[in-house]
Each structure stands twice: as C-alpha cells, then as structure tokens.
Design a protein around this ligand. Sequence first.
Ligand SMILES: NC(=O)C1=CN([C@@H]2O[C@H](COP(=O)(O)OP(=O)(O)OC[C@H]3O[C@@H](n4cnc5c(N)ncnc54)[C@H](O)[C@@H]3O)[C@@H](O)[C@H]2O)[C@H](O)CC1
Ligand SMILES: [K+]
Length: 491
Amino acid sequence: MLSIIPGKSVSQLDKAFISYEGITSLDLMERAAVSFCNWFFVHFPKNENAIFIFCGPGNNGGDGLAIARIFSKTTDKVHVVYFEDSENCSNDYQSNFAKLPKNISKIHIKDFSFNISKDDFVIDGIFGVGINRPLEGIFKESIEKLNRVEGMKISIDIPSGIPSDAVLDGTCFKAAYTVTFQFPKLSLLFPEHASFVGDIHIADIGIHDDFLKSFSNQKFLIRKSDIPGLHKKFHNFSHKGDYGRVIIIGGSVGKVGAVLMASKSALRTGSGLVHAHIPKGERLVLQIAVPEVMVFDSQEVQDYKQFDAMGIGPGWGMNVDISFYRELLSNYNKPVVIDADGINLISKNPDLLKLIPKESILTPHIKEFERLVGICENQEERLRKAKDLAKKHHIFIVLKGAFTCISCPDGNQYFNSTGNKYMATAGSGDVLTGMITSFLGQGYKPFNAAVCGVFHHGLAGELASVVKRRGLIASDIIDYIPATYTQLDID
Ligand SMILES: NC(=O)C1=CN([C@@H]2O[C@H](COP(=O)(O)OP(=O)(O)OC[C@H]3O[C@@H](n4cnc5c(N)ncnc54)[C@H](O)[C@@H]3O)[C@@H](O)[C@H]2O)[C@H](O)CC1
Ligand SMILES: [K+]
C-alpha cells in the first residue's frame, strides 16, 4: 500500500530522504520536474502551443521553473509568470530562476495580460503543500482570472489553494489534471475538491514505499500491485464447498433486484454456493433471473451459522422485524457485511451497533453514514468519525464514493484507486456487498475481503465503462467482474 503523508511532514520527509540518498534538495526538485515533464510528453506528444507556467514563491514555484527549463529544450513558446522577485523566494526557486535559459520569456504577474487561448497550456506552480492560509490579494485575483480563461490547466503537486490535508477555504485553481509527487495528497481525495483536482496522476520521484512508511499517518492508497497477494489460491482439486456458502439477506416488495444483484455478484466473484433470503412470495423473479442462486424465505432458514458469510441489507426496506435482525446479529459469531437498510436500521436502533460481530464490514454511502453518526460538515469530519466508529466497535467501515475509504479497527484508513464517475448508478452498492460477502465466505480475512471487494468492484466498473460510458448500469459491473481477474492475472 502506498503511504499518504500529511503535508506538514513533507519537508521533513524531503530532508530525511535527500540525506539518505546523498542528493541535494535541488536534485529532488529536478526529479520532480523531470517526472512531471515525462507525464506531459506522454499526454501531449504533439504540443506546438504556448505553455504559461505560473510560479509562486516557494518550492512549488521552483518546480515550475525547472519544468520551464526542460520544456524550453523542445519549444521556444514557454512563458514563466512570476509573483515575487527571486531574492524573496525559496533557495531552490532562486537556483532554478538563475538557470532559466534566454528563450523563456519572464513576466511579472502584474504585467501579464491573461491573453491565453484555448489550445495553450496553463501550468499551476503557484502553491503546493506549503500553503498555510486562504488565498488573497494578487494570488486570489490571478487565480480567479486563470479560472476564467480557456486553456489546458495542469496543477503541479496540488491545485493552488487547497490545503494538503483539509478542506478548501476560499479560492482555488481549477485543474483538468493534477500531477502529484510520489503519493496523492490526502485532500486530493475529498469529494469537495473534485471540480478543482481533475484527473490525478502520481509522478514517481524515487522515494520508495518503505521510506514513505516511516512518515505515514495511518493513511494509505490501495494500488493494483497490492491486490494479487491478498487473494487465496483456487486449486485443481477444488470443490464448490471450498469457496464458501454465503447468504444475502434483504429484499422487499419491489426491491428484490438488490438481492438479485448482490447474489449474482457473489457468484461472479467466485463463491461456490450462494443463497438468498427474501420475503415470502418474491422468489420466482430471483430464481428465473439467476438460477444458480438458492432462494429461501424467512420461515425456511433455521440455522444461519451454516453460512460462511452473510451480506445483510440490500433492498431490505425499513419494515423489518427488528427482533429477527437483533437475533441474527447476536447469534452469528463470524464477521458479516452490512449495507443499505441493514445500516439504516442500525441508525434507527442504535443498540444494534454493539451486537455487530467483531470485524464485520459496514458499507455505507455518505448519506447512510451520516444517518449513523450525524451530519458531518465535510469529508475531513466524515473520515475522522469513520475512524472512531471502526475503532470503537472493532469493525470495518467502507465509506463509499470516489476513493472509497476503508477505516479499520486499528485506526488505519485505506483509499481505493479504482472506479469512476459512471459507477454512480442504482445497484452499484449491492454489487459491492455481494463481492465483499463472497470474499468473506471464501475464507478471506475481513481486511482482505474489503480491500479486494472495493478494488475489483471499481476495476469492473472501469472495464465496463470502456464500452458503456454513461449508459453503464449495475448489471454491467457484474458482467465485468470475471475480467478483473484477467486484468490482475489471477487464475
Ligand atoms: N517530496 C516532494 O513532494 C517534493 C515537493 N516539492 C515541491 O515543493 C512543494 C512544497 O514547497 P514549499 O516551499 O514547502 O511550499 P509552497 O511552494 O506551497 O509555498 C510556500 C510559500 O508560500 C507562502 N504561503 C503559503 N500560503 C500562502 C498564501 N495563502 N498566500 C501567500 N503566501 C503563502 C509560505 O509562507 C511559503 O513562503 C511541493 O508542493 C512540491 O511542489 C519539491 O520540488 C521536491 C520534492
Ligand atoms: K500547484
């Protein structure tokens, strides 16, 4: 997992790393600039347009100057727009300013006309992780002007204005892309910042994972390379009983589709035997739609302990016999997955919280989460409360959304890196419930089940979106679950 370091620790990290590597901070800045340019040349290989690079007084501006110098080797249409005289800027800024070649035009922001056309590039090196207060004066005015001009806008490390670990207060540069160094800054993952951050690219500057870990603040990004090692092996003498017997409990009149999608997802994820528990009279539709699923109604199941895992809540509605739910949680002594109305019922009956088996996985979206913990001002508060809840009840909270966050009982938080905007569609959460329940039932540790669940779910959505785009529906995500194993080379 990739450690996400708090912005306030970045300068300490830099110092420790450069002394460990035996390089200078200027060398590290050069690596950052080269890495940025490598990304740029891949994305915009045939660029012949002007590149305006806006450089603030700190090292983010220093990065901008080094980038300008590299660009100037292939084009003479590079313009540096600066805010402060070099002697008032950081040391590495000064060194890079001195190295600027003659073919780069240098303009003070006060003399700049903001005459930028739609094919030009606007590179934001105004502030990075060193921002310590809301923008004002010339910084605020120019960023507001830049947000009004056309042009391809790219931020270096973080859009100027966003604090690295908190929610924006005031003005911010609106980027189409953010090229961030070594690890994503936490606030890039907040939904409040989606319209400022654009697409995120993590540019490698050579600080290896183990080194980062020593500065970690219990926050991590889940990457593709983390996933294969979390999976169990399927072997040649496999029997369906080896891959778990799971049950999805939910459904109500008109909402049996949720159970259908969760149980089909469990099958597609690899479960050997999938059962569904739905209200009496609703079974026909499910049996016709997914003949592989075995369907029960409430009178038929006597012993829930026979199941290796349970997914509770999809389409359940709020008219559930709460004493049944209470007994279900009290008597089952393995981790379960709880979603949707399974969570809403807990919000209405908070005494249920302490009955949840240890290490269970709750998968709320933002609204379900806030019903549980109260309205939150922003993502920062949600993440704090998710961490507290997970620790207090010894459960996993999977807070769904872009960059779904898994909060663990030990206080660690893991952010998912797969998925996209097209997955915001009815039933997408039911699919996730089925997938995580499936992994639990296959004998995965709850942490592994949650991580594999969110990663494969997001990846299935990405693969489905290639052809479905905004027409994607939850059933498409299910169809692409098998392809995620191919993508990750898991047999
Ligand atoms: N390991 C890495 O990630 C590397 C990052 N690099 C780049 O360096 C910046 C961080 O640089 P730093 O000098 O610490 O901060 P800033 O450039 O953001 O600017 C700080 C500068 O600005 C003043 N300031 C702060 N807020 C405001 C404000 N609202 N208005 C006016 N002035 C403000 C503050 O007092 C400082 O003087 C990081 O993001 C990367 O881009 C390195 O290049 C290499 C490795
Ligand atoms: K920036």
